[in-house]
Design a protein around this ligand. Sequence first.
Ligand code: PMV
Length: 335
Amino acid sequence: MNKQEFFRQILRGKANSPRDNATAFAPSNIALAKYWGKRDTELNLPCNSSISISLGSLGTKTTLRASNQDRVVLNGEEIPLDKPFAAKIINFLDYFRANLWQGAMEVITENNIPTAAGLASSASGFAALTLAANDFWNLDLDTKTLSAIARIGSGSAARSFWQGFVKWQRGKNPDGLDSYAEPLALAENSPSRNLRLALVKIDEKAKKNPSRDAMIHSAKTSPYFSAWIATAEIELHKIEAAITSGNIQELLQLAESNALAMHAVMLASRPSLLYLQAESIVAIKKVWDLREHGAEIFFTIDAGPNLKLLFEENADTRAIIENNFPSAIFVNPFA
Ligand code: PMV
């Protein structure tokens, strides 16, 4: 199945009465059990399931408005339509327009993720765009379907529809309709709610190897890719069990190992994919050194050089992070 057919199947028979405008917000998310590898590149279907934590109020707000010409505005600045950022958004909206009202649109999008956090915003961006599209065209789709749609824009966007811990099921069907995310239920007093993040920016330049292409390259050339896939579901179950049972120390350890295993797969690709910079390694060693001295601080890293420190809320741990990573941005996902 291709993208056009995927959208046609979902949008078939939908009423065709757009509003003047629609606005939606979606939080950013960080994977604790990473998604790395696609079983279908056209529909962005993953080889493995993944689990993330959403970042509360940090994310993307997007407004769609009927207009007399297509425009994309990011944080107050108009982006030319031939730039990849705008082209991807318009291309995504075209799949809706191919099946619904086809007029020109303005896309006004704002990220409140501080640039100092060194976080990509494609996950929250495509989730907010999908939510706004659902409202704009009065589609009344359920969140599972919206998650599967956003996945077409960016895999990790499938997980950006809820706060808290979210699991994206890889699914099995060729049409990808069973590959969507859902929130993980937590008891009100679960210790897992004490998870905090501290974002340590190493470099915010756009990455040379976008994850979409890098995943394909890894799957084709890394001798460790098959081992990654063979262990990914087992790791995911351990991570899910640590979250639901409230074993936060176990969760932090597993999340760090999972990220490093993903980087090992990347490194073993031919030619190698190295996202870490010298400063990333310095920061990793600093975390390990602090741990040797008793601080319970862990990290995860995506396809980039920046660290996301993970810790259990505690004034001492927070002070240690503030002293050692003075520019870190603290995030309480449960605030
Ligand atoms: O959704 P994408 O194509 O940006 O890929 C995300 C890949 C990682 O961030 C490395 C892992 C993940 O699960 O978010």
